[in-house]
Design a protein around this ligand. Structure first.
Ligand SMILES: [Fe+2]
Ligand SMILES: [Fe+2]
Length: 279
């Protein structure tokens, strides 16, 4: 995992999340832009400064594969959660990512009109799966609700607003910026291509913990082990189609991937560290 530390100022990330999910007037939008200017824009500028230009899509794929191989080696936090965490500690991590599970993929939609038609279709195929092809029982947020229910955790999104950490809010907020305000949509394509490709390995940790702890509603994780192997291919298709229609800045794909890898890795490590304090 690359080291990208969010720079929160107290609850500014929570505030940004609530603003991102509300109907905006011009004052709200100005506030969102101010909060993002103080946080995400310096992160992206720093990554861009440290990233030598990529020559094209093939190099992007090489870099992505190397990052995934590195992450596949695992982490101390992942090993702990998979092999040692108690049910209470695991439930803490599930609670921490509830706002993600309960709003899953909703913040991807604004990217669609920014893509050429054939790339739209590939991303839409991902989105259709995220929403269970219109079947409530299959939609990923419902799978998360089932997991929350088994662990005795609340079902309402509002119940998690005060328990979610800044690190997790930063990971959630980044997609609102990527889809709606990043000047170039390649940042979003690179970030989502990374995310879909990383989850089949990343979620083996939680799937293992569920199996070990006898949690039966772990399908949220096992479904992702399956479906994201297709989604990673769809995102490669989306990127190819984007390039065919408009040309491609592969460096921006890679900056987007590094940005998301840092934010999600930081959120996961922080969540597990806090869960360990429960012991
Ligand atoms: Fe999903
Ligand atoms: Fe997915």
């Amino acid at each position: 995992m690359l080291n990208v530390t969010p720079k929160p100022t107290d609850s500014s990330h929570k505030r940004l999340f609530l603003l991102n999910r509300s109907l905006h007037n011009s004052t709200d939008l100005a506030l969102i832009e101010d909060l993002e200017a103080a946080w995400i824009e310096p992160l992206v500028e720093d990554l861009a400064d440290r990233t030598p230009p990529l020559v094209g899509r093939a190099e992007w794929k090489e870099r992505l594969d190397a990052l995934l191989a590195l992450e596949r080696e695992g982490s101390a936090a992942g090993s702990f959660l998979a092999e040692k965490a108690t049910r209470e500690q695991f439930a803490h991590v599930v609670r921490e990512f509830a706002l993600d599970g309960l709003t899953e993929a909703q913040n991807f939609f604004p990217a669609i009109p920014r893509l050429p038609l054939r790339a739209q279709m590939a991303v839409m195929r991902v989105l259709i799966d995220e929403f269970g092809c219109g079947n409530l029982q299959q939609t990923h947020s419902k799978l998360y609700l089932d997991l929350l229910a088994e662990l005795g955790l609340p079902q309402e999104l509002e119940s998690f607003l005060d328990t979610t950490s800044d690190e997790t809010y930063a990971f959630l907020n980044v997609f609102y910026w990527l889809t709606q305000r990043a000047a170039d949509v390649e940042y979003f394509l690179g970030a989502l291509a990374y995310l879909e490709a990383s989850i089949p390995d990343a979620f083996t940790v939680q799937a293992r913990a569920c199996a070990r702890l006898g949690i039966v509603q772990g399908r949220y994780y096992t479904e992702h082990l399956h479906i994201d192997t297709f989604h990673m291919r769809e995102m490669q298709t989306a990127i190819k189609e984007y390039e065919a229609a408009r040309g491609l800045d592969a460096t921006k794909l890679w900056v987007g991937a590094q940005l998301l890898s840092g934010l999600i890795g930081g959120a996961f490590d922080a969540a597990v560290a806090r869960a360990r304090e429960l012991a």
